[in-house]
Structure formats: C-alpha cells, structure tokens
Ligand binder design. Structure first.
Ligand SMILES: Nc1ncnc2c1ncn2[C@@H]1O[C@H](COP(=O)(O)OP(=O)(O)OP(=O)(O)O)[C@@H](O)[C@H]1O
Ligand SMILES: [Mg+2]
Length: 501
C-alpha cells in the first residue's frame, strides 16, 4: 500500500495543479510577447515536463456516455462502487422501478470513496459537471450536465489498473447485476396453434422454495449445496480437463417429496433461470435442438416426470431427416423424437454451446427409466427424495407454524414417524389447515395414525391373500439418499419407445 507521503492528499494535489496552471498561464503570456515561436514551443514542453515529477498521481476520467452510447465502464463502476460504500459516505441515491424487487443504490454527486485492490489504493469521485452554457444554435441544445467518475491512483500502477482492476470491476458488476435481476421460468408456448412450432415464453420465477425451507436429510442437503458451489466455481477446471461446463441431476422419489421444490431451491440458490421442457409438446428432434439452442447460459433445464411424460422411439424407427414418421398401427402421421437424439444433443453440441448449464430429470419411478438415461456420465448425481422424517417434520413445523422449541405432541409425533410413511407434501398440507398450532399438530397426529392404520390393514390383507408371511409396505424409514451415477446399469437400451400424445 502507498504511504501518505507517496500518495498526496487531494487538496495538496489540487493546490499543486492550481499553482502549476497559474505559472503556465503567466509563462505563456510572457512567452507570447518575448520569445520567437519555435523556441516558445520547446520551452513550454520542457516546463510541462518539469511539473510532471511533482504529480505522481494519474486520474482516469470515466464518462457516463461515449457519444451516443452509454459507457460500459461507467455503468459497471456505478454498480461496483455500491459494494464499497463506507461509513464516510454522506449521500446515496436510492430508487426502485415499479416491476423491480430490489432497491438500486448509487453514489450521489460529489461523493468520494476509497477502494483497495491488490495493494493499490484507488480514489473514486463522482463528478457532475456544470451544464454548458445553453446556446440555441448548438445542435445538442439544451445540454444537460455531464457525469463522470474520476479514478485516481499512483502512476506506477497504471498498467495494473487498466489491465486488471478495470476488468475486475466489469466482472464484479456483471455478477452483482446477475444477482439482482428477477429469475425467469421459461415454458413452451405454441405459435399459431402449433403451426409454427413451439417457442420459449417466460414469466418471473416466484417459487419461494429455498434450501432453508426444504425438508430433506441435512447431510444430503449439504452435499447438494456443496456440489452446486463446486460446479459454479470450477470453470477453469472444466476447461482444463476438456469437459463441457454442465452438471446433470436425476431427482427421484414418490410424489410430494419435494423434487420440483428442490429444482426451484437450486434455481433460487444459484440465481439461474429455469427452462421447463415438456417433451410431450415437442414433435421432432430438429425442434428440440432449436429449443435447446435457444436456452441461455447459467440456466437449469428441467425435464419433469421423464418416465411418464414421453415415450421416445429408438433411432431405428426414425428417418433422421426431420420427416414425420408413419405410425404402423393407426397409419396416422406421428411426430417423433428420439431418446438418443435428446441425450446426445444434451451431452454433445448443446452443452458445448454454452456455459454453466444444469440439467435435471425428475421421476417417480427410477426403475422404469431407460438405461440410456442412467448410464455412467449421463446424470452426475442421483438424488433420492423420500418420505418425511421427524427431522423434516420439525423443519416444516418451524416454517409453517413457527414452533421452534418443543411441543407436548412432539414425542407422540416422533414415535408415529417411526411407524409409518407420509410425504412432506402431506405434512405441509395438514399444517396449512390452521394457524392454531395445537390444532394443526393434532391434525398431524391424526394423519399419522390414519396412515399407520391403513398400513396395518394392507399388511393384514397381504397376509390373508398369500397365506404366507409376505412383506407389507416397507416400514423401515427410507431417508433421502444420494448416489453417484451407477456403473454397468445398461441393460437393453434398444427398447423402442413412442411419444404419447
Ligand atoms: N421436502 C419438502 N420440503 C418442504 N416442502 C415440501 C417438500 N416436499 C413437498 N413439499 C411441499 O409439497 C408441495 C409439493 O411438492 P413438490 O411439487 O416439490 O413434490 P414433487 O416431489 O415434485 O411431486 P411430484 O412427483 O408429484 O411432481 C410443495 O409445494 C411443498 O409445499
Ligand atoms: Mg414435481
């Protein structure tokens, strides 16, 4: 860092400049009268050079606009400097548009602040210059004031500032803007009743699910969060090992265990948009490719209920040139998609066209999935979302009912949780029924008892049917599980499947 001696205070620099300017003017007027023209130029430049040694500070002027366009460095600096506001800052401007969720905070006119970067002290000042005298003949009449930042630092750091600090500001501002913007959820939208194919249409993603509100095994939750963190910070790693910067997750488990909620929680956590790809609405591989290529970076592509929303034909039954396929059974023209077309495109071209792509498949029946979807390297993580545990119940009780400590019904609820299975969705629904904590928790007790009774009855039924000790519903609690992509699961990948319409 620079010492105070090396880095003169703004006031001392100002007075040095003032006296220099005065001396220059005096010198100039004397020189104009006494000294012949060629010598005058030489003397002036020497004089200027001498003064340079006393001003080791360099000031960059960052204007708001460069002619017709806005200056990106100015915009980035305005955003970046909001994160550097110090207790000495006296005036800030705040604003919020009608559709915005976040306050915009900016420095006000004349504010100064100091930033430190890699051992360099950087002094910032926001300047509004006086409006130039209005001249009706001026093509830009009436002119408004000019705004610019002054960035001052020791001259010896010029290269570091231009080559490293300014790019750092541009990068940071991009990140901040990314964090502040509203998340989008894209779904498929048919144009002209499907005649012109489908396109993405977006709405603001307002799903409130976060990792804090998700009832799932805490270790699994941490593992997923760590995996996401590792993924987003490993850009260089992916480049080094020659892999596309993408990550695939398969979420599986019974209905109402939080698969869709986990997708929303991931999007909210990473601030990634969601593209919800409903395969049943897509007719050809070419259409699928077009849609996938239209997705943006830093996004999550979700294909929900992959086991039941589509049945995709094998490539053997497909012409491969975009022509529709004649269905043998009903002789109708049937649209077609291929599973291998989808998977190869996702793994191949699509993932190399963009950065930071996440793809998520969800299913209620992992066992029904085509082995091609489960083969190693396809989905990086298989996450099992399962029934609610007592731990999950307590988190929901805290979120929904505000019960953070103990409650007299907790012991009974805990023991009932060991004996039956309910989904977090069922628990949440029960908690929504009343604001009265006792009433809501009694509802949970009743729900668990009813479920237990149903389990017992079905156990009895099974015993009677088979007359032998056949296993009833699994009572052993299956908590959320996580597994890496399995090996050697490929069985019969040539199975032919069709789009169900
Ligand atoms: N693990 C959970 N933690 C918190 N809330 C949950 C959880 N699981 C389900 N819920 C609640 O139940 C509702 C339905 O859950 P969600 O849609 O995420 O389940 P799902 O597993 O995707 O079900 P499906 O298989 O039917 O698509 C959610 O809106 C949420 O309120
Ligand atoms: Mg779902």
């Amino acid at each position: 860092m620079l010492s105070a001696k090396e880095f003169p205070s703004p006031s001392s620099v100002f007075s040095a400049y003032a006296s220099m300017a005065a001396s220059m003017m005096l010198f100039r007027s004397m020189a104009n009268e006494l000294v012949p023209h060629p010598i005058r130029g030489y003397l002036l430049s020497t004089f200027r050079h001498l003064f340079k040694f006393h001003t080791p500070k360099l000031t960059l002027v960052i204007e708001e606009s460069t002619g017709m366009t806005r200056n990106q460095v100015y915009e980035a600096a305005a955003v970046y400097l909001c994160t550097k506001i110090s207790p000495d800052t006296e005036r800030l401007k705040i604003s919020m548009g009608p559709k915005e969720k976040h306050l915009t905070i900016r420095l006000d006119k004349g504010e100064k602040l100091v930033d430190f970067y890699d051992g360099v002290e950087l002094q910032w000042r926001l300047v509004y210059s006086e409006p130039e005298k209005n001249n009706p003949n001026d093509p830009f009449f009436p002119r408004s004031e000019k705004r610019f930042f002054e960035l001052s630092f020791h001259k010896k750091y010029q290269e570091k500032v231009l080559k490293s600090y300014v790019p750092h500001i541009l990068e940071k501002a991009k990140e901040i803007k990314e964090q502040e913007r509203d998340l989008k959820m894209y779904t498929l939208n048919s144009n002209n009743h499907g005649c012109n194919g489908v396109n993405w249409a977006s709405v603001n993603l307002e799903h409130p699910a976060t990792f804090e509100t998700l009832a799932m095994d805490p270790d699994l939750k941490n593992t997923v969060m760590e995996d996401l963190n590792r993924f987003v910070r490993r850009k260089e790693f992916y480049k080094k090992v020659g892999r596309a910067w993408k990550r695939g997750y398969l979420l599986y488990g019974p209905p109402g265990t939080g698969k869709s909620s986990l997708v929303a929680a991931m999007a909210n956590y990473l601030k990634f948009d969601i593209y919800d790809l409903q395969l049943a609405n897509i007719y050809r591989d070419s259409e699928l490719r077009k849609l996938l290529l239209a997705t943006a970076n830093r996004s999550i592509l979700v294909i929900e209920d992959i086991d039941c929303s589509v049945e995709i034909p094998d490539r053997r039954n497909y012409y491969g040139d975009g022509r529709d396929q004649i269905d043998q059974q009903d002789n109708n023209i049937r649209p077609s998609l291929t599973l291998s077309g989808l998977l190869n495109f996702i793994d191949g071209l699509w993932s190399t066209c963009g950065d930071e792509r996440i793809i998520i498949f969800t299913t209620n029946h992992k066992d029904r999935l085509d082995p091609a979807l489960l083969r190693p390297g396809r989905m990086d993580m298989h996450i099992h979302m399962s029934y609610c545990t007592y731990h999950g119940f307590k988190l929901l009780a805290s979120n929904y009912l505000g019960v953070n400590g103990h409650h007299k019904l907790f012991a009974e609820i805990e023991s009932l949780f060991k004996e039956t299975e309910v989904t977090p969705a069922q628990v949440a629904e029960e908690m929504m029924k009343s604001e009265d904590v006792d009433f809501a928790l009694e509802g949970i007790v009743k729900l668990l008892k009813r479920k237990k009774m149903e389990d017992d009855e079905s156990d009895e039924g099974n015993k009677a049917d088979n007359n032998v000790g056949i296993k009833g519903p699994k009572r052993q609690k299956k908590v959320n599980q996580l597994s890496e992509s399995p090996r050697n699961t490929r069985r019969n990948s040539k199975r032919s499947r069709r789009v169900t319409l």
